[in-house]
Write a protein that binds this ligand. Structure first.
Ligand code: SAM
Length: 261
């Protein structure tokens, strides 16, 4: 029962209907039979075990046997505002951010951006989030928000507690790591927002708007990373720096002394 199937409508009660591409896969690729067990999720945080009750040409009726909330989210909600790259690199970026646990992606409209996100592209990226969530076993979907300008993004009313804008020449990477880890340990970080610019970089006016809104400009090292590399690198660093202590300890086999630092 390795495959997972997603339902856009929340599953309530003891019955579910699977249609569209999800049903097609089960019927015509997996060739399930009545009585087979499948795993479902609906983005609510739960995963459900269900049994095939009946099959039509393009849909399946399922009986829900068990519902279990399984939390695979990061300790801190990470929002990534990113000037989307083009084509396949866009899809790769969304897939990796989903796997890494980012909570929200905001496509940024920037002065030097090339790919201005259309609503059809947003729908396509939402489907990529679903496919990646099936694979990585995430039970909540990364939200693809409506596009914003960088200026809107940095003044967003839901201001996160840590606000970082990636720009070559910003604060040294290790100093940013130290501060984030320390602030998190002190209980001061509940959410993180990170802004990543387009291939041409952020314009001076955009950097000034971010600074005025209290964002810290951070450097990511001596090499210039492509947009998607910078976004994925920072999503994984932020997730690691704010991992719950017991997770770090278990994953990396660290001593209590290291965890206390
Ligand atoms: N020539 C551009 C500049 O100087 O800003 C490079 C843009 S880079 C290809 C695309 C985006 O990735 C940047 O706007 C920044 O947000 C992020 N980025 C890439 N490498 C970085 C680095 N070494 N330090 C900080 N941010 C970086």
């Amino acid at each position: 029962m390795a495959d997972r199937y997603f339902l856009e409508t929340p599953i309530a009660g003891e019955h579910a209907t699977l249609q569209g591409s999800q049903a097609h896969h089960l019927l015509h690729v997996m060739r399930v039979k009545v009585g087979d067990a499948v795993m479902l999720f609906d983005g609510s945080g739960a995963e459900l075990t269900a049994r095939v009750q009946s099959m039509g040409r393009n849909s399946l009726e399922l009986a829900v046997l068990a519902r279990k909330v399984v939390d695979r989210e990061l300790a801190v909600a990470i929002t990534i505002g990113v000037a989307l790259p083009k084509g396949d690199r866009q899809k790769w970026l969304v897939e990796k951010l989903t796997e890494l646990g980012a909570a929200r992606l905001v496509p940024l409209e920037t002065h030097r951006g090339v790919a201005q996100p259309l609503s059809s592209a947003i729908d396509r990226l939402h489907r990529t989030v679903i496919e990646a969530s099936k694979q990585c076993r995430r039970n909540r979907l990364m939200k693809i928000a409506a596009p914003q300008t960088l200026e809107q993004f940095v003044t967003d009313v839901e201001s996160p507690s840590a606000r970082l804008i990636a720009h070559p020449g910003g604060e040294a990477m290790l100093a940013s790591f130290d501060r984030l880890r320390r602030d998190y340990a002190n209980g001061d970080v509940h959410s993180i927002a990170i802004a990543i610019g387009p291939e041409g970089g952020f314009a001076d006016e955009e950097l000034a708007a971010a600074a005025a809104a209290g964002w810290t400009s951070i450097d990511l090292g001596a090499r210039i990373l492509r947009v998607e590399t910078a976004a994925v690198a920072w999503a994984s660093i932020a997730g690691l720096l704010t991992a719950r202590s017991h997770q770090l300890k278990d994953h990396f086999n660290l001593s209590d002394d290291v965890i206390r630092q």
